[in-house]
Design a protein around this ligand. Structure first.
Ligand SMILES: Cc1cc2nc3c(=O)[nH]c(=O)nc-3n(C[C@H](O)[C@H](O)[C@H](O)COP(=O)(O)OP(=O)(O)OC[C@H]3O[C@@H](n4cnc5c(N)ncnc54)[C@H](O)[C@@H]3O)c2cc1C
Length: 426
């Protein structure tokens, strides 16, 4: 009797169940899966050098994926929120830094696209927004330009606890921007920086509130814009998340990614946008699980054929990883599919829970993977130690760090809208 071919582990689809995917989701995930092995092969070098993966973005450009969230009537793929989340997670399983940086680019399209479409605007505002975003989308779809998302300032604003310290002053034909941003992924690689700032009202300079937030796209070559500082971090080293300084940077009216006054409404009414960092880490968790199974089955290319799967301790550990992965994915998918304007309180609370679970469990799954695969599994020649370091970054990212998710969720568990302790004490 002929020998049966050796069975090999076939990694799961990122959605868990392929049958739940739409045609577009299957097609776009497939496009990323074709590019992925090349990214994985380059990931160690970019991680070691802390260099930006320009080649991966050239491939994304060639595959038409830069316009994933650009509406179809502007020549993009018009992917909805869920589709982008799934595609982004697929990216994360091949190269976390590419997925995270790509997400910053896509965020600019989503805020000005699917989120703006769901907001209240006057007819004049909508027409003007349509005119302006068409210019931005043409640069992305037609010229393959990249947009970064430079929000964090190293102070309380990115946590939603204060107005943006970066200011925009109205002048003839546009705005003058002053301030600084930290950790802007794609620094030096992007042609545009999406910059939330505070619009200064004449006579109220320095006294703006969060309602005065204005979201501008600043061109990388604008006089007065400087990229500075190094990016030599624990993980996500290929994101090139350096700092930006704006000194009297003029941008025209067409820089607005949302009409004046709309950013605050967008942030308050579409909280799922703050969880778009999570899919990257779902992908990392999946990659750590897949690696562990392959390692224990002695199927990692280039590794000696040493089987480890028969030890109960390994089986328990991998079962624990699978349980965490399944729970994390289920919550992530539910929230991605619930994304909409004005989610109710339960959906918002579930979203905080999902974001926390993804970020913490991704690192926990990587920790278990390192522990389970053992010493030879953590060598720099293998991807696991990079996954472990990259996975640590998710919980540190504002506005929804793990701490802030707990803070918001705990408060919402115990207080109803408008409720204060005096009502309980009375
Ligand atoms: C890999 C990576 C890529 C990044 N890319 C980008 C990017 O492209 N664009 C961008 O804008 N930012 C980016 N960031 C920055 C990120 O979103 C955070 O701003 C940054 O990690 C915050 O670091 P910090 O120590 O300065 O935070 P701090 O503001 O000093 O906060 C430290 C911790 O205190 C807690 N905290 C803060 N404020 C409050 C509060 N009001 N109440 C309770 N607790 C609070 C939080 O848990 C927080 O983690 C990136 C970060 C990483 C790690």
């Amino acid at each position: 009797m002929a020998d049966l071919p050796a069975a090999r582990y076939v990694p799961l689809t990122i959605a868990g169940d392929e049958a739940t995917l739409t045609g577009q989701q299957r097609e776009l995930i497939g496009r990323v899966a074709e590019l992925g092995p090349g990214w994985a092969a380059r990931a160690a070098r970019h991680d070691r050098e802390a260099s930006f993966p320009h080649e991966n973005f050239a491939e994304l450009r060639a595959a038409g994926l830069l316009g994933i969230a650009v509406p179809r009537d502007h020549g993009g793929l018009g992917a909805d929120f869920t589709t982008h989340a799934l595609v982004s997670a697929e990216m994360g399983r091949w190269c976390g830094a590419t997925a995270l940086a790509f997400n910053m680019h896509v965020s600019c399209c989503q805020w000005s696209g699917l989120v703006a479409d769901a907001l209240q605007m006057t007819a004049a505002e909508r027409a003007e927004h349509g005119r302006i975003r068409a210019l931005h989308y043409a640069r992305i779809v037609g010229e393959g330009q990249l947009y970064a998302q430079a929000a964090s300032e190293g102070g309380p604003a990115a946590a939603g606890a204060a107005p943006w310290a970066t200011s925009a002053r109205r002048v003839d034909g546009g705005y003058v921007v002053n301030g600084r941003k930290v950790f802007a992924s794609l620094a030096g690689a992007a042609q545009w920086y999406g910059v939330p700032c505070t619009l200064e009202r004449p006579g109220h300079e320095g006294r703006g509130t969060r309602r005065d937030a204005l979201y501008l796209a600043v061109p990388a070559d604008a006089p007065g814009l400087e990229i500075h500082g190094e990016w030599d971090a624990l993980g996500m080293r290929a994101t090139a998340s350096r700092n930006l300084r704006f000194r009297d940077v003029f941008v025209p009216d067409e820089a607005r990614l949302l009409p004046e006054g709309l950013y605050h409404q967008a942030a308050a009414r579409f909280p799922h946008m703050f969880s778009t960092l999570a899919p990257t880490y779902v992908g990392i968790a999946q990659a750590a699980y897949d690696f562990t199974v392959q390692y224990l089955r002695a199927e990692v290319p280039g590794m000696p054929h040493v089987l480890r799967r028969m030890y109960p301790t390994k089986q328990f550990a991998v079962a624990e990883m699978r349980i965490k992965l399944e729970a994390t994915r289920a919550l992530f998918l539910q929230c991605a599919r619930e994304a909409r304007v004005d989610p109710d309180k339960d959906a918002r609370m579930r979203l905080y829970a999902a974001h926390h679970a993804v970020m913490e469990n991704a690192h926990e799954i990587c920790r278990l993977a390192v522990r389970t695969c053992g010493g030879q599994g953590m060598l720099k020649s293998l991807p696991l130690e990079r996954l472990f370091r990259d996975s640590r970054c998710g919980s540190l990212m504002l506005p929804w760090t793990a701490e802030l998710c707990l803070d918001r969720l705990g408060r919402e568990c115990l207080y109803e809208a408008g409720e204060g302790d005096e009502q309980i004490e009375a």
